[in-house]
Write a protein that binds this ligand. Sequence first.
Ligand SMILES: [Zn+2]
Length: 105
Amino acid sequence: MIITTKLIVKGFSGFSLWPFIFVRPEHRSDFSLIEHELVHYREQAWITPFWVLLYLVSRKFRLGAEVRAYTRQIELGGVSKGEAAHALLSYRLGISYSEAMRALA
Ligand SMILES: [Zn+2]
């Protein structure tokens, strides 16, 4: 279920918390963003508390999850690889832009 809300952390357009996907009103029809969130959504199904815990405590897991989701978004042409690498810098991953580009390769 997709819920449109402005209550999303500044700098982000949406997030998933199975069984919901939250997106900012201005991104309601951003197909590739919804697909990005659907990658997280499918991974979370049934194991949401564990997934969220891992996402919050493990940089490695968070990086993997975001790389999988951005890869989908890039495939759909919603963002460029450079834009995705730049976005990855917002997730407290402790990586540089060039490391983000390599992770998306
Ligand atoms: Zn994401």
